[in-house]
Design a protein around this ligand. Structure first.
Ligand code: B12
Ligand code: SF4
Ligand code: SF4
Length: 350
């Protein structure tokens, strides 16, 4: 690697990123798979993924940053020390996906990526332009990360580092600077004959390997879907109230190689950020929600959607101790119509 690329990688590590790689700014090689995915409607209500202006950006990265020559992909581990299985599997607790146990990763990573971009611009003899995205760009982050050598794409569609697993966030820095050399892409996939994630998914969200029907994914249902969660999937959602980790938990690369993130911001403040008692969630007030989840990704789904999710988990718990708080939510049909409808569904199941 030429000295600037090496210095950039050192700088990225100094900023706390665990992985960094360089790729030429070309459209993702799996772009046609993305269009097939949209054509099958697998994106559900995430209409922004199919917007024409966004598709144009995925086809031609110059539409995001005119004159773009390089992509710098970064990864940051987020796995935290996990509480005992008995706690996670307790049906009277709601489960939160590991990525949301600490502070919101967008807020943690974006300023650092911006700092990396500014550092790079300062090193260059010519003026350059750059843009940074963490999650929010019209880019196939995983495909570009694979091109930049950060990992391979698993059958669960996640970007997996062969020696770290997949509990890592991705970010991308686009720059008009052209490097003399780029990282080698990883092999497209290294799953071999394994199918553990496909089999373990409780909602059967994978119509085939490497393809996720988001409409069935618990992560989509609990986080992205704004309205009612279809009745038929509710019993399959177990006690997940925000996101889902099952197709990662079962992955041999995750089981063998996951390391606890050195990032203090991603460690949970308390057990309540990992697996809060359902009773607590069902009796939360809007002010209590703000207080408990301020600064976390969970804040983004707002109070009523978390209540909705907790009602489903309560219906699945099958414990009459949750009847009273569910009845109280059902009684608020005027102010919390979505949550009240899900409380009704849960009470019918109880
Ligand atoms: C929309 C979205 C979702 C949707 C849809 C997920 C999906 N699989 O598409 C929902 C809400 C369900 C979701 C869930 C999660 N998400 Co999300 N999500 C995104 C987002 C914004 C866009 C992803 C996208 O474009 N999907 C469309 C599909 C078609 O594209 P793709 O994922 O790149 O899939 C490619 C492969 O399937 C490949 N392919 C197709 N056929 C074949 C065949 C072979 C042989 C091969 C090798 C490849 C291949 O081509 C596709 C196109 O590139 C990205 C951020 C971003 N801008 O990229 C984060 C992102 C993917 N999410 C992330 C995370 C952490 C999650 C969750 C783990 C959160 C959780 N715990 O609940 C789950 C994981 C669920 C899962 N199994 O994917 C991380 C993933 C990090 C990683 N290590 O991969 C990202 C990158 C955000 C970030 N910046 O860190 N997410
Ligand atoms: S995150 Fe959960 S529901 Fe979504 S595909 Fe993975 S196992 Fe299935
Ligand atoms: S569980 Fe197996 S098939 Fe699924 S992503 Fe991991 S290695 Fe690949």
């Amino acid at each position: 690697m030429p000295p600037l690329a090496t210095a950039l990688q050192d700088r990225a590590r100094a900023l706390g990123f665990t992985l960094v790689g360089l790729a030429p700014a070309q459209a993702a090689p799996t772009l046609s798979a993305y269009f097939d995915w949209l054509a099958a409607d697998y994106h559900g209500e995430m209409g922004y993924l199919a917007r024409e202006d966004r598709l144009a950006r995925r086809r031609d990265l110059n539409k995001i940053l005119p004159g773009v020559k390089s992509l710098i992909l970064v990864g940051l581990d987020y796995a935290s020390l996990s509480p005992p299985e008995s706690v996670l599997r307790d049906p009277l607790r709601g489960r939160i996906a590991n990525y949301a146990w600490g502070l919101d990763y967008h807020a943690v990573m974006t300023p650092r990526l911006q700092a990396l971009g500014e550092w790079l611009a300062d090193q260059l003899p010519q003026p350059s332009a750059h843009k940074v995205f963490v999650d929010t760009g019209a880019l196939l982050e995983r495909a570009h990360a694979q091109q930049a050598g950060l990992g391979f794409i698993g059958k669960n569609t996640l970007l997996i580092h062969p020696k770290r697993g997949s509990y890592l966030f991705l970010g991308v820095l686009l720059t008009t600077y052209e490097f003399e050399a780029y990282d080698e892409p990883q092999a497209a996939t290294q799953c071999g004959a394994c199918t553990r994630c496909l089999v373990a998914c409780p909602t059967q969200a994978f119509p085939r390997p490497y393809v996720l029907d988001a409409r069935r994914c618990i992560s989509y249902l609990t986080i992205e879907l704004k309205g009612e969660i279809p009745l038929e999937v509710r019993p399959m959602m177990g006690n997940w109230v925000y996101g889902c980790d099952i197709c990662q938990e079962v992955c041999p690369y995750v089981r063998r190689f996951t390391q606890v993130s050195p990032e203090a911001a991603f460690q949970p403040l308390s057990l309540d950020r990992v697996a809060p008692p359902l009773h607590d969630l069902l009796t939360l007030t809007p002010a209590g929600f703000e207080k408990r989840f301020r600064g976390s990704a969970i804040e983004r789904i707002k109070y009523e959607r978390l209540l909705r999710n907790a009602c489903i988990a309560a219906g699945n718990a099958g414990d009459s101790a949750l009847k009273k708080p569910l009845e109280a939510i059902r009684a608020q049909a005027e102010t919390l119509p979505l949550a009240a409808a899900h409380a009704e569904g849960a009470l019918e199941r109880l």
